[in-house]
Design a protein around this ligand. Structure first.
Ligand code: NAD
Length: 264
């Protein structure tokens, strides 16, 4: 059954009432999907945006479209992270990737890669950027976690482990950052309509030995009360709200954008 709740139309933003003029943002994995939507929304609200991605063409295209600056960096490597700008007021830790396999067959190098991109890189970026935020007495850290930062699914050992670790890192950032005007939160989407999910449909079909349509209806939307994927622009709207004037008291929180998945 299709939900009567319409998704936010593609290309719209939720910048109304939020003025980020004079603020500098960094969005990792901003070349695609949720990161691109976040970079677009933050720029529409007036922020200057550093667009960080391993995909040079994608980063360049997004930076050009929003008047931002592209940085081509593989976040699995520590050294280039040290070259990224530290003068950042809003950090969106978004870059991520998925790998689907049973634990007994999960390749150790894939497990490690997921932790490097989704946990170690955010840690290194926080180490680098927090002194600037503390100096200004204001900062916003938004970590794109997942419903898999709150719940487990089979075959996702690397991803579920990384997102749970990101939840912990976010909470420590909130506790340490509070005296300096820095908030840190996670947003926790269910399945978002992005290339990451499109790739996953095929991988899940193979892992569960079912066809692609059944992956969407039974595996992806099976636990969601709202029977549709969430759009990247809807995630970006929540990220923008966390950077606005009404959310200074929200910190150390994890905000489910999961269509009721974790409520059930
Ligand atoms: P996506 O594949 O559309 O975009 C991810 C971006 O990250 C890509 O541009 C990619 O090039 C970049 N990236 C990947 N590895 C990188 C690396 N080593 N260095 C630099 N950049 C790298 O994916 P998406 O769906 O937009 O996912 C973005 C984030 O949202 C991820 O952290 C993901 O876990 C999270 N998330 C996604 C969903 C979903 O259903 N799509 C749900 C919950 C959470």
């Amino acid at each position: 059954m299709t939900s009567p709740i319409p998704p936010v139309p593609h290309g719209t933003t939720a910048a109304a009432g939020i003025d980020l003029a004079g603020r500098t943002a960094m969005v990792t994995g901003a070349g695609s999907g949720i990161g691109r939507a976040c970079a677009t929304a933050l720029a529409a609200a007036g922020a200057h945006v550093h667009v960080v991605d391993v995909d040079a063409a994608a980063a360049g295209a997004v930076a050009e479209s929003i008047g931002g600056r592209a940085h081509v960096v593989d976040l699995a490597q520590a050294a280039p992270i040290r070259e990224l700008p530290a003068e950042v007021d809003i950090l969106v830790n978004n870059a991520g990737l998925q790998y689907v396999a049973p634990l007994t067959e999960f390749p150790p190098d894939r497990f490690e890669l997921l932790q490097r991109v989704m946990v170690h890189a955010p840690f290194l970026l926080l180490r680098r950027i927090l002194p600037h935020m503390y100096g200004r007495g204001w900062g916003r850290v938004v970590n794109i976690s997942s419903v898999h930062g709150l719940r487990a699914s089979a075959y996702k050992a690397g991803y579920v482990t990384a997102k749970h670790a990101l939840e912990g890192l976010s909470k420590v950032t909130a506790v340490e950052g509070a005296p300096h005007g820095v908030t840190s939160n996670c947003v926790n989407p269910g399945y978002v309509r992005t290339p990451l999910v499109e790739r996953q449909i095929a991988a899940q079909a193979a892992a569960h030995d079912i066809d692609a349509d059944r992956v969407v209806t039974e595996v992806m939307l099976g636990r969601s009360a709202v029977k549709r994927l969430i759009e990247p622009e809807e995630v970006a709207a929540a990220v923008l709200w966390l950077c606005g004037p009404h959310t200074a008291y929200i910190t150390g929180a994890s905000i489910p954008l999961d269509g009721g998945w974790t409520a059930a």
